[in-house]
Ligand binder design. Sequence first.
Ligand code: SAM
Length: 263
Amino acid sequence: MKSVKTDWEKYALKEAYYSVTTNYKYRNENLSDEVKDDFFIEAKQYAEKLTAVIRTHLVKDFAPKRILDFGCGVGRTSILFTELAEEVVGTDVSENMLREAEKNKHRRGADNLNLIQTGSDLSNIQGRFDFVHSLYVFQHIPLSEGRKLLTQLLDKLEDNGVIAFHILYANELSLLKRISYWLRLHIPCIKNVLNLIRRKPWDAPMMQLNSYPVNDIAEDLKQAGCLHFYSRYTNHAGYKGLFIFAQKTRLDEENVTDLGEIP
Ligand SMILES: C[S@@+](CC[C@H](N)C(=O)[O-])C[C@H]1O[C@@H](n2cnc3c(N)ncnc32)[C@H](O)[C@@H]1O
């Protein structure tokens, strides 16, 4: 977790907006107040689509009162969620990201947003939520750590609450690229040498892109009582992902698994 945090502190200091979007439009050299406005306008469309998916596939009258946005970055989605709910809690491992999120919160008048720094333990987040959200975060967290965090997030869901989170589950990288990724991740001096070859600073961070086994995630959801779920596939440059929407239902397991006589 320490290295993930250190890496994200560096990204946040160097290219906060670009590192959460990987869109060149949001590189520091292009940032102006207008470009930042675009950043939030684009996110508004995302928030609208997200609620439409939940209303269509899970909860017809979805209207959350308390939202938890895990890995909120500079506040892109957390700030929009403040228009949907009475209270939003945005959390991030990076202090520098949260500092930028705090500035955006004030600039955009999102008074009902509470920003909290978290690590591997989410016990400093009080109470339960009827919507828990996480966009492009788990992929950056090593699997064992990420699953523990997911379990804690699922614990924070109210009965009938909804969680929407993105994970990667596979990639289409060539064998050579996979080997290079593994070496850079596990043998730090290789990463450092490659940084120099690529004319980057010696200690430039490496963006982790971890895949999660879908069978483990399905089990985590089941254990948490999230028996009712819906998902959408994503594919970003060969990184295959799933956006999972799940509701913590009061249905018992039998109700869900018993299809009666299957012809
Ligand atoms: C690609 S950015 C996405 C930010 C935001 N969800 C968005 O879509 O605008 C990933 C974010 O996850 C945060 N992050 C990484 N590991 C984390 C962890 N273990 N706990 C909380 N946040 C984490 C990073 O600091 C970064 O802000």
